[in-house]
Design a protein around this ligand. Structure first.
Ligand SMILES: Cc1cc2nc3c(=O)[nH]c(=O)nc-3n(C[C@H](O)[C@H](O)[C@H](O)COP(=O)(O)OP(=O)(O)OC[C@H]3O[C@@H](n4cnc5c(N)ncnc54)[C@H](O)[C@@H]3O)c2cc1C
Length: 570
């Protein structure tokens, strides 16, 4: 039997989006009891590892404009962004930079004392606001610190949410496991913000924290919400070998070059106007083309790569502006970037897709909003520009947090609690998963699944490979693997991992199916068998709904306001 706790409002996830939502909610509803449910300790959320910057047009007196930020975002998205949503992001961002500033954010500064901004891929103006190369870490500290001002925010740290409870019309609560005790709970509330982050651990070569699995997305999916545009996966051009840890675009923003084996800055052939600072999809494709045409390097692990040259940036500047990159390169690859070249290749870094929301972050279930990387409000379309994601977390964290608080303030008496749904969830996870009868090693199954994703749905894809990937994933899922060896109630990470793997299968299938159905190339989705963008047939979003027989795929229109889609050139 589930134990019970009652809140007015819940937030699932304590990354940038979740914490920003909590502050907005606490301000809008000082009388509300707000619970933040997080499977991690707050400062373990993947947001702390954001390195390079947060985009905002704050230098209008020096020539930047919000309009230019909007256009860069829409063009970067390969015209799949909803343009009203991009406009909202860019209009709201300057005030978020100053809100953080007031709360104590140590933004890096210029000599004249103004907040500094650096160059980032795809922008027409240096617009990435930064704090050395530890932007996410400082932003998280600042928001968490600010949360402490409010007496009505409670932290359920190391609680693993498993499902959304609703009566078919409106939200009623979450089910969750308190990891410290292993107890199963129903958490009742009037509203919810889902801020469970991205799912980049679907890939084996990935910049994400190991905890970035799609259990939050899957929770929404199982509750009846659509996942949108999941086929668009961002590969960051510079994951360092062998680990895949990110070398921020800020490195190229500070002047680093990409070199092939002939010593050429090959980007001049692919994006002569922007060189290494073209958008990520273009740079990643350029790297893979160099490698496939035989101009790459072979790393000692056997992986193909190209080189990133920071030597001319100089030791002093590297230490000041890229201190974390220096440390990562030395510790994890044994290379000092001021002396030698780094081995890099494209690495899974961001999911443009997520839970389908409208411009205000509202999902298809009344009382539930989604914000941050877990959400897809379509601000990034088919390719996100670097530094626009932490921005998105801030803007929609605030919008969703405020809306969910208002909803909770206005909430009427809830209808009868659906005990049968909680009982069904308890059966699903304890009988189906915890006491599952499989015998194969779930961690090996996870490795195989993420290797398939890496091989079949990487930078370049084709119909045959995607269909094969889909077949392999479906077959693997049927294997007899569902079981938990560790039966301890306390901190049972084995149980958590198996639940995460279960969710990975449903979401991987949607990524592959969406990619197979989209017979065009747009943004981060590059099909060698359909190399052109096809606006006549594919200028639409993809929606996927859950069905036990396999995902139900639909389409959804793109909002185009000011900019007609044109060919994207840099
Ligand atoms: C290495 C790296 C560097 C990056 N650098 C930049 C950058 O410089 N600029 C930029 O704009 N973007 C950057 N990004 C992207 C950006 O950091 C992320 O998109 C963003 O921080 C995601 O924040 P979030 O709040 O949505 O989720 P996250 O920070 O990922 O947090 C997810 C939260 O959900 C919780 N959670 C998940 N599942 C459950 C569950 N089942 N039950 C309970 N809780 C759950 C977790 O505990 C966690 O608190 C980077 C990403 C990476 C991986």
């Amino acid at each position: 039997m589930a134990e019970r706790l009652t809140y007015d409002m819940l937030i699932c996830g304590s990354g940038l989006a979740g914490l920003r939502a909590a502050i907005a909610a606490a301000e809008a509803g000082p009388s509300l009891r707000i619970g933040i449910v997080s499977k991690l300790q707050v400062m373990r959320s993947h947001s702390v590892s954001a390195e390079g910057g947060t985009a905002a047009a704050i230098m209008e007196d020096e020539g930047d404009t919000v309009e230019s930020h909007i256009y860069d975002t829409v063009k970067g998205s390969d015209f799949l962004a909803d343009q009203d949503v991009a406009e909202l992001l860019c209009t709201e961002m300057p005030s978020e930079i100053y809100a953080l500033e007031r709360w104590g954010m140590p933004w890096s500064r210029r000599e004249d004392g103004r907040i500094d901004q650096r160059n980032f891929g795809g922008y027409s103006f240096p617009r990435a606001t930064y704090a050395s190369d530890k932007v996410g870490f400082f932003e998280m500290q600042t928001l968490y610190d600010t949360c402490q001002k409010y007496g009505n925010i409670e932290y359920l740290n190391e609680w693993f949410a498993t499902s959304i409870i609703h009566d078919g019309r409106r939200f009623m609560g979450l089910t969750a496991i308190e990891l410290a005790t292993g107890s199963f709970y129903e958490l009742r509330a009037s509203s919810l913000v889902i801020a469970t982050g991205g799912a980049g651990r679907l890939y084996s070569f990935s910049t994400y924290a190991l905890s970035s699995t799609p259990d939050g997305l899957d929770m929404g999916l199982r509750a009846g919400m659509a996942l949108k545009d999941m086929e668009f996966v961002q590969f960051h051009p510079t994951g360092i070998l062998p680990s895949g840890i990110l070398i921020t675009e800020g490195a190229r923003g500070e002047g680093a070059y990409l070199l092939n084996k002939d010593g050429q800055r090959f980007m001049k052939r692919y994006a002569p106007g922007k060189m290494e600072l073209a958008p990520r999809d273009i740079v990643s494709r350029a790297i893979m083309t160099e490698i496939l045409e035989g101009r790459g390097f072979r790393h000692e692990t056997g992986a193909d790569c190209i080189k990133l040259d920071l030597r001319h940036v100089g030791d002093e500047r590297i230490r000041e502006k890229l201190g974390a990159i220096r440390e990562i390169s030395i510790k994890f690859s044994g290379i000092d970037p001021s002396e030698d070249l780094l081995d890099v290749r494209p690495v899974c870094h961001y999911m443009m897709g997520g839970l389908h929301t409208d411009i205000a972050g509202a999902t298809e279930i009344r009382g539930v909003w989604a914000a941050g990387e877990a959400a897809c409000n379509s601000v990034h379309g088919s390719n996100r520009l670097g530094a626009n994601s932490t921005s998105e977390c801030l803007v929609w964290g605030r919008i969703a947090g405020e809306a969910a608080a208002r909803h909770a303030l206005d909430a009427k008496e809830a209808g009868p609690w659906p005990h049968h749904l909680v009982a069904a969830e308890e059966k699903r996870i304890y009988d189906g998963i915890f006491r599952g009868g499989g015998h194969e090693n779930p961690y090996e199954i996870r490795q195989q699944l993420t290797d398939i994703m890496n091989e079949k749905a990487y930078v370049y894809r084709d119909g045959e490979g995607l269909a094969d990937g889909l077949r392999q994933v479906r077959k693997l899922r049927q294997a007899s693997w569902m079981h938990v060896d560790d039966k301890a109630p306390q901190y049972n990470t084995n149980f958590v991992n198996v639940m995460e793997i279960d969710s990975m299968f449903r979401v991987a299938e949607i990524v592959l199916l969406g990619a197979l159905n989209r017979r065009e190339s747009r943004g981060a989705h590059a099909r060698t068998d359909h190399p052109s963008r096809d606006d006549a047939n594919f200028l639409h979003h993809t929606l996927a709904y859950h069905d036990p027989e396999g995902p139900i795929m639909r389409t959804h229109p793109v909002t185009i306001t000011r900019y007609r889609p044109v060919e994207r050139k840099y």
